[in-house]
Design a binder for this molecule. Structure first.
Ligand code: SAH
Ligand code: SF4
Ligand code: F3S
Length: 472
Protein backbone atom coordinates (compact mmCIF):
# COMPACT_ATOMS: atom_id res chain seq x y z
CA UNK A 1 0.00 0.00 0.00
CA UNK A 2 1.18 3.46 -0.76
CA UNK A 3 1.58 5.53 2.33
CA UNK A 4 -0.47 8.49 1.27
CA UNK A 5 -2.27 9.45 4.36
CA UNK A 6 -5.24 10.88 2.56
CA UNK A 7 -8.08 8.65 3.35
CA UNK A 8 -6.50 7.47 6.59
CA UNK A 9 -8.67 4.94 8.31
CA UNK A 10 -11.22 4.74 5.54
CA UNK A 11 -8.74 3.27 3.19
CA UNK A 12 -5.63 2.29 5.05
CA UNK A 13 -7.54 0.05 7.32
CA UNK A 14 -9.78 -1.46 4.70
CA UNK A 15 -6.74 -2.30 2.78
CA UNK A 16 -4.21 -3.55 5.24
CA UNK A 17 -5.93 -3.97 8.56
CA UNK A 18 -3.95 -2.30 11.24
CA UNK A 19 -4.66 -2.61 14.89
CA UNK A 20 -5.89 0.47 16.65
CA UNK A 21 -6.80 0.55 20.25
CA UNK A 22 -10.00 2.19 21.30
CA UNK A 23 -10.30 3.89 24.63
CA UNK A 24 -13.32 4.85 26.67
CA UNK A 25 -13.55 7.45 29.42
CA UNK A 26 -12.59 5.86 32.74
CA UNK A 27 -15.05 4.80 35.45
CA UNK A 28 -13.66 3.53 38.75
CA UNK A 29 -14.17 -0.21 39.41
CA UNK A 30 -15.59 -0.87 35.96
CA UNK A 31 -14.75 -4.11 34.23
CA UNK A 32 -12.09 -3.64 31.59
CA UNK A 33 -12.50 -4.16 27.86
CA UNK A 34 -9.60 -4.26 25.45
CA UNK A 35 -10.71 -3.98 21.81
CA UNK A 36 -8.59 -4.10 18.70
CA UNK A 37 -9.92 -3.49 15.19
CA UNK A 38 -8.77 -4.67 11.79
CA UNK A 39 -10.16 -4.10 8.31
CA UNK A 40 -12.16 -1.27 6.84
CA UNK A 41 -13.52 1.91 8.36
CA UNK A 42 -16.87 0.20 8.80
CA UNK A 43 -15.24 -2.22 11.23
CA UNK A 44 -13.76 0.70 13.17
CA UNK A 45 -17.16 2.37 13.23
CA UNK A 46 -18.64 -0.93 14.46
CA UNK A 47 -16.12 -1.09 17.30
CA UNK A 48 -17.46 2.27 18.46
CA UNK A 49 -20.94 0.73 18.50
CA UNK A 50 -19.65 -2.28 20.45
CA UNK A 51 -17.97 0.08 22.93
CA UNK A 52 -21.23 1.96 23.31
CA UNK A 53 -23.21 -1.25 23.94
CA UNK A 54 -20.68 -2.49 26.51
CA UNK A 55 -20.32 0.89 28.15
CA UNK A 56 -24.05 0.64 28.97
CA UNK A 57 -23.32 -2.61 30.81
CA UNK A 58 -20.49 -1.07 32.84
CA UNK A 59 -17.33 -1.63 30.83
CA UNK A 60 -14.36 0.75 30.57
CA UNK A 61 -11.58 0.19 28.06
CA UNK A 62 -7.96 -0.38 28.82
CA UNK A 63 -4.97 0.02 26.53
CA UNK A 64 -3.17 -2.87 28.21
CA UNK A 65 -4.64 -6.26 27.37
CA UNK A 66 -2.89 -7.77 30.39
CA UNK A 67 -5.32 -5.75 32.53
CA UNK A 68 -8.44 -6.72 30.57
CA UNK A 69 -11.42 -8.80 31.71
CA UNK A 70 -12.57 -9.06 28.10
CA UNK A 71 -10.43 -8.96 24.95
CA UNK A 72 -12.29 -8.40 21.68
CA UNK A 73 -10.69 -8.56 18.28
CA UNK A 74 -12.82 -7.09 15.48
CA UNK A 75 -11.65 -8.94 12.40
CA UNK A 76 -11.39 -8.69 8.61
CA UNK A 77 -11.52 -11.48 6.00
CA UNK A 78 -10.89 -9.50 2.84
CA UNK A 79 -7.57 -11.18 2.02
CA UNK A 80 -5.84 -14.20 3.47
CA UNK A 81 -3.12 -12.09 5.09
CA UNK A 82 -5.78 -10.11 7.01
CA UNK A 83 -6.89 -13.39 8.61
CA UNK A 84 -3.32 -14.53 9.27
CA UNK A 85 -2.63 -11.37 11.24
CA UNK A 86 -5.65 -12.03 13.44
CA UNK A 87 -4.58 -15.61 14.12
CA UNK A 88 -1.09 -14.45 15.07
CA UNK A 89 -2.57 -11.90 17.40
CA UNK A 90 -4.83 -14.50 19.00
CA UNK A 91 -1.85 -16.70 19.77
CA UNK A 92 -0.33 -13.77 21.68
CA UNK A 93 -3.52 -13.49 23.72
CA UNK A 94 -3.43 -17.19 24.58
CA UNK A 95 -0.38 -16.64 26.79
CA UNK A 96 -2.37 -14.13 28.87
CA UNK A 97 -5.35 -16.45 29.03
CA UNK A 98 -3.19 -19.25 30.42
CA UNK A 99 -2.26 -17.01 33.33
CA UNK A 100 -5.79 -15.66 33.77
CA UNK A 101 -8.36 -18.36 32.93
CA UNK A 102 -11.26 -15.98 33.75
CA UNK A 103 -10.26 -13.74 30.84
CA UNK A 104 -12.89 -13.72 28.08
CA UNK A 105 -11.59 -13.63 24.50
CA UNK A 106 -14.04 -12.75 21.74
CA UNK A 107 -13.78 -12.65 17.97
CA UNK A 108 -16.07 -10.12 16.26
CA UNK A 109 -16.57 -8.97 12.69
CA UNK A 110 -16.09 -10.53 9.30
CA UNK A 111 -13.85 -13.46 10.22
CA UNK A 112 -16.29 -14.42 12.97
CA UNK A 113 -19.08 -14.39 10.40
CA UNK A 114 -17.10 -16.36 7.84
CA UNK A 115 -15.89 -19.10 10.18
CA UNK A 116 -18.80 -19.17 12.65
CA UNK A 117 -18.55 -21.87 15.32
CA UNK A 118 -15.64 -23.47 13.44
CA UNK A 119 -13.62 -20.72 15.11
CA UNK A 120 -14.21 -22.32 18.49
CA UNK A 121 -12.77 -25.61 17.23
CA UNK A 122 -9.81 -24.00 15.48
CA UNK A 123 -8.83 -21.48 18.16
CA UNK A 124 -9.40 -23.06 21.54
CA UNK A 125 -8.80 -19.93 23.56
CA UNK A 126 -11.74 -18.15 21.92
CA UNK A 127 -14.87 -18.01 24.13
CA UNK A 128 -17.26 -15.99 22.03
CA UNK A 129 -17.80 -15.52 18.28
CA UNK A 130 -20.05 -12.66 17.16
CA UNK A 131 -20.95 -11.54 13.63
CA UNK A 132 -21.39 -7.89 12.56
CA UNK A 133 -25.19 -7.86 12.92
CA UNK A 134 -25.31 -9.42 16.40
CA UNK A 135 -23.58 -6.83 18.60
CA UNK A 136 -26.74 -6.00 20.55
CA UNK A 137 -26.52 -9.53 21.91
CA UNK A 138 -23.01 -9.03 23.34
CA UNK A 139 -24.05 -8.46 26.98
CA UNK A 140 -26.05 -11.76 26.93
CA UNK A 141 -23.23 -13.60 25.23
CA UNK A 142 -20.73 -12.40 27.84
CA UNK A 143 -23.10 -13.57 30.59
CA UNK A 144 -23.33 -16.95 28.90
CA UNK A 145 -19.54 -17.26 28.82
CA UNK A 146 -19.42 -16.33 32.51
CA UNK A 147 -21.54 -19.39 33.26
CA UNK A 148 -18.83 -21.51 31.67
CA UNK A 149 -20.27 -21.99 28.16
CA UNK A 150 -18.92 -20.88 24.81
CA UNK A 151 -21.18 -18.43 22.96
CA UNK A 152 -21.85 -17.81 19.26
CA UNK A 153 -24.19 -15.42 17.47
CA UNK A 154 -23.54 -14.97 13.77
CA UNK A 155 -27.07 -14.24 12.59
CA UNK A 156 -27.13 -11.74 9.75
CA UNK A 157 -30.00 -9.32 9.62
CA UNK A 158 -31.95 -7.64 6.82
CA UNK A 159 -32.69 -4.54 8.82
CA UNK A 160 -30.12 -3.99 11.60
CA UNK A 161 -28.39 -0.61 11.14
CA UNK A 162 -27.70 0.23 14.83
CA UNK A 163 -29.33 3.56 13.92
CA UNK A 164 -30.42 4.29 17.48
CA UNK A 165 -27.03 3.56 19.07
CA UNK A 166 -24.91 6.60 19.62
CA UNK A 167 -21.35 5.44 18.93
CA UNK A 168 -18.79 6.21 21.60
CA UNK A 169 -16.18 8.21 19.67
CA UNK A 170 -12.98 6.39 20.48
CA UNK A 171 -9.41 7.23 19.73
CA UNK A 172 -10.78 10.35 18.09
CA UNK A 173 -9.04 13.58 17.13
CA UNK A 174 -12.31 15.40 17.90
CA UNK A 175 -12.39 16.88 14.38
CA UNK A 176 -13.13 14.05 11.93
CA UNK A 177 -15.57 11.16 12.34
CA UNK A 178 -17.07 8.28 10.39
CA UNK A 179 -20.78 7.70 9.99
CA UNK A 180 -22.03 4.38 8.55
CA UNK A 181 -24.92 4.97 6.15
CA UNK A 182 -25.39 1.46 4.81
CA UNK A 183 -24.47 -2.02 5.97
CA UNK A 184 -23.84 -5.09 3.81
CA UNK A 185 -23.51 -5.28 0.05
CA UNK A 186 -25.85 -6.48 -2.70
CA UNK A 187 -23.15 -6.77 -5.33
CA UNK A 188 -21.46 -10.04 -6.00
CA UNK A 189 -17.97 -9.14 -7.15
CA UNK A 190 -16.58 -12.60 -7.75
CA UNK A 191 -13.41 -12.06 -5.68
CA UNK A 192 -15.12 -10.55 -2.67
CA UNK A 193 -16.05 -12.05 0.68
CA UNK A 194 -17.99 -9.01 1.96
CA UNK A 195 -21.48 -10.06 0.76
CA UNK A 196 -20.99 -13.28 2.76
CA UNK A 197 -19.65 -11.65 5.91
CA UNK A 198 -21.86 -8.57 5.98
CA UNK A 199 -25.07 -9.79 4.39
CA UNK A 200 -27.65 -7.89 2.37
CA UNK A 201 -27.40 -4.18 1.90
CA UNK A 202 -29.61 -1.96 4.02
CA UNK A 203 -29.75 1.81 4.30
CA UNK A 204 -29.86 3.55 7.62
CA UNK A 205 -32.54 6.18 8.23
CA UNK A 206 -31.57 9.54 6.70
CA UNK A 207 -32.90 11.32 9.77
CA UNK A 208 -30.59 9.42 12.11
CA UNK A 209 -27.58 10.05 9.84
CA UNK A 210 -28.21 13.78 9.55
CA UNK A 211 -28.92 14.03 13.29
CA UNK A 212 -25.64 12.26 14.09
CA UNK A 213 -23.70 14.58 11.76
CA UNK A 214 -25.38 17.65 13.28
CA UNK A 215 -24.58 16.46 16.79
CA UNK A 216 -20.96 15.90 15.81
CA UNK A 217 -20.81 19.42 14.41
CA UNK A 218 -22.23 20.82 17.66
CA UNK A 219 -19.56 18.91 19.59
CA UNK A 220 -16.84 20.63 17.54
CA UNK A 221 -16.27 18.04 14.80
CA UNK A 222 -15.67 19.60 11.38
CA UNK A 223 -15.60 16.65 9.00
CA UNK A 224 -17.76 13.56 8.56
CA UNK A 225 -17.12 10.65 6.20
CA UNK A 226 -20.27 8.80 5.12
CA UNK A 227 -19.45 5.11 4.88
CA UNK A 228 -20.84 2.23 2.87
CA UNK A 229 -19.51 -0.53 0.60
CA UNK A 230 -21.40 1.16 -2.23
CA UNK A 231 -22.62 4.58 -1.08
CA UNK A 232 -24.28 5.29 -4.43
CA UNK A 233 -26.87 2.60 -3.82
CA UNK A 234 -27.99 4.30 -0.60
CA UNK A 235 -31.79 4.54 -0.64
CA UNK A 236 -33.86 5.09 2.45
CA UNK A 237 -37.65 5.14 2.47
CA UNK A 238 -39.83 6.13 5.38
CA UNK A 239 -42.21 3.41 6.56
CA UNK A 240 -45.18 4.75 4.61
CA UNK A 241 -42.82 5.41 1.68
CA UNK A 242 -43.90 9.05 1.56
CA UNK A 243 -40.27 10.07 1.98
CA UNK A 244 -37.38 8.73 -0.09
CA UNK A 245 -33.77 9.81 0.21
CA UNK A 246 -31.12 8.74 -2.28
CA UNK A 247 -27.38 9.30 -1.90
CA UNK A 248 -27.34 12.66 -3.69
CA UNK A 249 -30.08 13.93 -1.40
CA UNK A 250 -28.36 12.55 1.70
CA UNK A 251 -25.11 14.29 0.72
CA UNK A 252 -27.04 17.51 0.25
CA UNK A 253 -28.84 17.24 3.59
CA UNK A 254 -25.55 16.57 5.37
CA UNK A 255 -23.81 19.45 3.59
CA UNK A 256 -26.65 21.79 4.56
CA UNK A 257 -26.04 21.24 8.29
CA UNK A 258 -23.36 23.94 8.22
CA UNK A 259 -20.95 25.21 5.55
CA UNK A 260 -18.13 24.63 8.07
CA UNK A 261 -18.85 20.88 8.18
CA UNK A 262 -16.84 19.07 5.54
CA UNK A 263 -18.48 16.03 4.01
CA UNK A 264 -16.58 13.06 2.57
CA UNK A 265 -17.83 9.63 1.52
CA UNK A 266 -16.52 6.19 0.60
CA UNK A 267 -16.85 3.96 -1.42
CA UNK A 268 -18.35 4.97 -4.77
CA UNK A 269 -19.14 2.24 -7.29
CA UNK A 270 -18.45 2.94 -10.98
CA UNK A 271 -21.70 1.30 -12.06
CA UNK A 272 -23.84 3.35 -9.68
CA UNK A 273 -22.29 6.81 -9.32
CA UNK A 274 -24.76 9.20 -10.94
CA UNK A 275 -24.43 12.64 -12.50
CA UNK A 276 -26.90 13.79 -9.82
CA UNK A 277 -24.30 12.87 -7.16
CA UNK A 278 -21.57 14.66 -9.14
CA UNK A 279 -23.70 17.81 -9.51
CA UNK A 280 -24.42 17.75 -5.77
CA UNK A 281 -20.69 17.57 -5.02
CA UNK A 282 -20.10 20.48 -7.40
CA UNK A 283 -22.92 22.53 -5.86
CA UNK A 284 -21.69 22.47 -2.25
CA UNK A 285 -18.28 23.84 -1.35
CA UNK A 286 -18.18 21.76 1.79
CA UNK A 287 -18.61 18.42 -0.02
CA UNK A 288 -15.01 17.49 -0.71
CA UNK A 289 -13.87 17.24 -4.31
CA UNK A 290 -12.53 13.77 -3.87
CA UNK A 291 -13.97 10.47 -5.12
CA UNK A 292 -12.69 6.98 -4.35
CA UNK A 293 -13.77 5.03 -7.44
CA UNK A 294 -12.20 1.53 -7.40
CA UNK A 295 -11.50 0.26 -10.91
CA UNK A 296 -10.01 -3.16 -9.88
CA UNK A 297 -8.79 -3.82 -13.46
CA UNK A 298 -8.47 -1.85 -16.69
CA UNK A 299 -9.46 -4.80 -18.86
CA UNK A 300 -13.11 -5.45 -19.75
CA UNK A 301 -12.76 -9.24 -19.92
CA UNK A 302 -11.27 -9.35 -16.42
CA UNK A 303 -13.92 -6.91 -15.17
CA UNK A 304 -16.57 -9.29 -16.47
CA UNK A 305 -14.94 -12.25 -14.72
CA UNK A 306 -14.81 -10.12 -11.58
CA UNK A 307 -18.54 -9.49 -12.03
CA UNK A 308 -17.99 -5.76 -11.58
CA UNK A 309 -20.81 -5.10 -14.13
CA UNK A 310 -19.02 -2.29 -15.97
CA UNK A 311 -16.50 -2.18 -18.79
CA UNK A 312 -13.32 -0.17 -19.27
CA UNK A 313 -15.29 2.19 -21.52
CA UNK A 314 -18.03 2.70 -18.94
CA UNK A 315 -15.43 3.48 -16.28
CA UNK A 316 -13.71 5.99 -18.56
CA UNK A 317 -17.07 7.59 -19.26
CA UNK A 318 -17.61 8.08 -15.49
CA UNK A 319 -14.14 9.65 -15.20
CA UNK A 320 -15.03 12.01 -18.05
CA UNK A 321 -18.26 12.96 -16.26
CA UNK A 322 -16.31 13.68 -13.03
CA UNK A 323 -13.81 15.84 -14.93
CA UNK A 324 -16.58 17.77 -16.68
CA UNK A 325 -18.86 18.30 -13.69
CA UNK A 326 -16.20 18.70 -10.95
CA UNK A 327 -13.06 20.05 -12.63
CA UNK A 328 -9.97 19.27 -10.56
CA UNK A 329 -11.70 16.58 -8.48
CA UNK A 330 -9.20 14.21 -6.85
CA UNK A 331 -9.76 10.55 -7.72
CA UNK A 332 -8.39 7.42 -6.08
CA UNK A 333 -8.80 3.74 -6.78
CA UNK A 334 -8.29 0.11 -5.74
CA UNK A 335 -6.57 -2.34 -8.06
CA UNK A 336 -6.19 -6.11 -7.87
CA UNK A 337 -3.13 -7.58 -9.62
CA UNK A 338 -3.15 -11.13 -10.94
CA UNK A 339 -6.84 -12.00 -10.90
CA UNK A 340 -7.70 -15.42 -12.43
CA UNK A 341 -6.63 -15.75 -16.10
CA UNK A 342 -5.08 -12.25 -16.24
CA UNK A 343 -2.61 -12.08 -19.16
CA UNK A 344 0.28 -9.63 -19.61
CA UNK A 345 -1.91 -7.72 -22.10
CA UNK A 346 -4.73 -7.50 -19.56
CA UNK A 347 -2.25 -6.21 -17.00
CA UNK A 348 -1.05 -3.61 -19.53
CA UNK A 349 -4.67 -2.44 -19.79
CA UNK A 350 -4.62 -1.77 -16.03
CA UNK A 351 -1.39 0.22 -16.38
CA UNK A 352 -2.82 2.18 -19.29
CA UNK A 353 -6.04 3.09 -17.48
CA UNK A 354 -3.84 4.35 -14.63
CA UNK A 355 -2.03 6.57 -17.15
CA UNK A 356 -5.35 7.76 -18.48
CA UNK A 357 -6.87 8.67 -15.11
CA UNK A 358 -3.68 9.67 -13.27
CA UNK A 359 -5.05 8.76 -9.86
CA UNK A 360 -4.14 10.92 -6.91
CA UNK A 361 -3.90 7.80 -4.73
CA UNK A 362 -4.34 4.07 -5.19
CA UNK A 363 -4.62 1.03 -2.94
CA UNK A 364 -3.23 -1.99 -4.70
CA UNK A 365 -3.27 -5.68 -3.86
CA UNK A 366 -2.41 -9.07 -5.26
CA UNK A 367 -5.42 -11.31 -5.74
CA UNK A 368 -6.14 -13.52 -2.74
CA UNK A 369 -8.68 -16.29 -3.27
CA UNK A 370 -11.38 -16.28 -0.60
CA UNK A 371 -13.25 -19.51 0.17
CA UNK A 372 -16.89 -19.56 -0.89
CA UNK A 373 -16.70 -16.62 -3.29
CA UNK A 374 -17.86 -16.94 -6.91
CA UNK A 375 -14.25 -16.82 -8.14
CA UNK A 376 -13.18 -19.57 -5.72
CA UNK A 377 -16.00 -21.78 -6.94
CA UNK A 378 -15.87 -21.08 -10.68
CA UNK A 379 -12.38 -19.91 -11.60
CA UNK A 380 -8.83 -21.13 -11.05
CA UNK A 381 -6.40 -18.96 -9.14
CA UNK A 382 -3.86 -19.58 -11.87
CA UNK A 383 -1.45 -16.64 -11.77
CA UNK A 384 1.77 -17.64 -9.98
CA UNK A 385 2.51 -15.63 -6.84
CA UNK A 386 5.74 -14.19 -8.26
CA UNK A 387 3.88 -12.94 -11.35
CA UNK A 388 1.20 -11.33 -9.16
CA UNK A 389 3.92 -9.66 -7.13
CA UNK A 390 5.79 -8.37 -10.15
CA UNK A 391 2.59 -6.93 -11.64
CA UNK A 392 1.76 -5.33 -8.31
CA UNK A 393 5.24 -3.78 -8.16
CA UNK A 394 4.70 -2.27 -11.62
CA UNK A 395 1.35 -0.86 -10.52
CA UNK A 396 2.87 0.55 -7.32
CA UNK A 397 5.75 2.19 -9.19
CA UNK A 398 3.38 3.84 -11.64
CA UNK A 399 1.13 5.06 -8.86
CA UNK A 400 4.04 6.48 -6.92
CA UNK A 401 5.02 8.53 -9.94
CA UNK A 402 1.45 9.74 -10.52
CA UNK A 403 0.94 10.61 -6.84
CA UNK A 404 4.09 12.68 -6.82
CA UNK A 405 3.12 14.51 -10.01
CA UNK A 406 -0.29 15.24 -8.53
CA UNK A 407 1.19 16.57 -5.30
CA UNK A 408 3.69 18.71 -7.21
CA UNK A 409 0.86 20.49 -9.02
CA UNK A 410 -0.09 22.00 -5.64
CA UNK A 411 3.29 23.67 -5.14
CA UNK A 412 2.86 27.45 -5.43
CA UNK A 413 -0.91 27.22 -4.82
CA UNK A 414 -2.90 28.07 -1.70
CA UNK A 415 -5.02 25.34 -0.11
CA UNK A 416 -7.81 25.78 2.41
CA UNK A 417 -6.86 23.33 5.16
CA UNK A 418 -8.94 21.92 8.00
CA UNK A 419 -6.51 21.52 10.91
CA UNK A 420 -6.68 18.02 12.43
CA UNK A 421 -3.84 18.18 14.96
CA UNK A 422 -0.12 18.57 15.40
CA UNK A 423 2.30 17.01 12.97
CA UNK A 424 3.44 13.52 13.90
CA UNK A 425 7.07 14.61 13.52
CA UNK A 426 7.08 17.91 15.43
CA UNK A 427 4.59 19.58 17.74
CA UNK A 428 5.73 22.94 16.38
CA UNK A 429 3.95 22.00 13.15
CA UNK A 430 0.26 21.52 12.46
CA UNK A 431 -1.31 18.98 10.15
CA UNK A 432 -4.53 18.99 8.18
CA UNK A 433 -6.03 18.24 4.80
CA UNK A 434 -7.14 20.12 1.78
CA UNK A 435 -10.37 19.36 0.00
CA UNK A 436 -8.65 16.72 -2.16
CA UNK A 437 -7.53 14.85 0.93
CA UNK A 438 -3.82 15.54 0.55
CA UNK A 439 -2.03 15.89 3.90
CA UNK A 440 -0.64 19.38 4.51
CA UNK A 441 1.97 20.22 7.20
CA UNK A 442 2.85 23.80 8.17
CA UNK A 443 4.39 25.70 11.10
CA UNK A 444 1.95 26.45 13.93
CA UNK A 445 1.13 29.93 15.09
CA UNK A 446 -0.27 30.60 18.53
CA UNK A 447 -3.74 31.63 17.39
CA UNK A 448 -4.90 28.64 15.44
CA UNK A 449 -6.03 25.23 16.64
CA UNK A 450 -7.47 21.92 15.44
CA UNK A 451 -10.90 22.44 13.90
CA UNK A 452 -9.94 25.79 12.33
CA UNK A 453 -9.79 26.35 8.60
CA UNK A 454 -6.67 28.15 7.38
CA UNK A 455 -5.11 29.01 4.05
CA UNK A 456 -1.71 27.45 3.46
CA UNK A 457 0.64 28.36 0.63
CA UNK A 458 2.29 25.14 -0.55
CA UNK A 459 6.06 25.52 -0.90
CA UNK A 460 7.19 21.95 -1.53
CA UNK A 461 6.15 18.32 -1.21
CA UNK A 462 7.50 14.94 -0.15
CA UNK A 463 6.16 11.72 -1.67
CA UNK A 464 3.10 11.86 0.58
CA UNK A 465 2.82 15.28 2.18
CA UNK A 466 2.51 18.90 1.14
CA UNK A 467 4.61 21.40 3.11
CA UNK A 468 3.78 25.07 3.30
CA UNK A 469 3.21 28.19 5.35
CA UNK A 470 0.18 30.02 6.63
CA UNK A 471 -1.24 32.82 4.52
CA UNK A 472 -2.98 35.29 6.78
N1 SAH B 1 -16.88 -1.99 -1.64
C1 SAH B 1 -15.63 -1.60 -2.13
C2 SAH B 1 -14.51 -2.53 -1.77
C3 SAH B 1 -14.35 -3.03 -0.40
S1 SAH B 1 -13.02 -4.15 -0.19
C4 SAH B 1 -15.69 -1.57 -3.65
O1 SAH B 1 -16.56 -2.14 -4.26
O2 SAH B 1 -14.79 -1.03 -4.22
C5 SAH B 1 -11.62 -3.10 -0.52
C6 SAH B 1 -10.76 -3.54 -1.65
O3 SAH B 1 -10.12 -4.77 -1.33
C7 SAH B 1 -11.45 -3.83 -2.96
O4 SAH B 1 -11.74 -2.68 -3.68
C8 SAH B 1 -10.48 -4.72 -3.68
O5 SAH B 1 -9.56 -3.96 -4.44
C9 SAH B 1 -9.75 -5.40 -2.53
N2 SAH B 1 -10.13 -6.82 -2.45
C10 SAH B 1 -11.33 -7.32 -2.16
N3 SAH B 1 -11.30 -8.67 -2.22
C11 SAH B 1 -10.04 -9.01 -2.56
C12 SAH B 1 -9.37 -10.24 -2.80
N4 SAH B 1 -10.03 -11.40 -2.71
N5 SAH B 1 -8.06 -10.22 -3.12
C13 SAH B 1 -7.39 -9.04 -3.22
N6 SAH B 1 -7.97 -7.85 -3.03
C14 SAH B 1 -9.28 -7.83 -2.70
FE1 SF4 C 1 -17.16 -6.47 -2.37
FE2 SF4 C 1 -18.01 -5.68 -4.75
FE3 SF4 C 1 -19.53 -5.27 -2.59
FE4 SF4 C 1 -17.29 -3.88 -2.92
S1 SF4 C 1 -19.10 -3.79 -4.23
S2 SF4 C 1 -17.98 -4.88 -1.05
S3 SF4 C 1 -15.95 -5.34 -3.89
S4 SF4 C 1 -18.99 -7.25 -3.48
FE1 F3S D 1 -12.72 -6.54 5.94
FE2 F3S D 1 -15.19 -6.97 6.53
FE3 F3S D 1 -14.40 -4.53 5.99
S1 F3S D 1 -13.93 -8.26 5.26
S2 F3S D 1 -12.74 -4.86 4.55
S3 F3S D 1 -13.75 -5.76 7.70
S4 F3S D 1 -16.38 -5.40 5.51
Amino acid sequence: MIDLQIADKVHDEARQGEAVLLELPKKPDARKLYIESYGCAMNFADSEIVASILSDTGFDTTDDYHQADVIFINTCSIRENAETRVRNRLSQFSAVKRKNPKLIVGVLGCMAERLKSKFLEEERLVDVVVGPDAYRDLPNLIEQVETGQKAVNVLLSRDETYADISPVRLNSNGITAFISITRGCNNMCSFCVVPFTRGRERSRSAHSIVAEAAQLFNEGYREVTLLGQNVDSYLWKSEDESEQVNFARLLEQTAQINPLLRVRFSTSHPKDITDEVLHTIAKYNNICNYIHLPVQSGNSRILELMNRTYTREWYINRIEAIRKIIPGCAISTDIIAGFCTETEEDHQDTLSIMDYVEYDFAYNFTYSERPGTLAARKLTDDIPEEVKKRRLAEILAKQQAHSLTKLQTWVGKTINVLIEGTSKKSDKDLRGRGDSGAMVVFPANGNIKPGDYVNVLIEKCTSATLLGKLVL
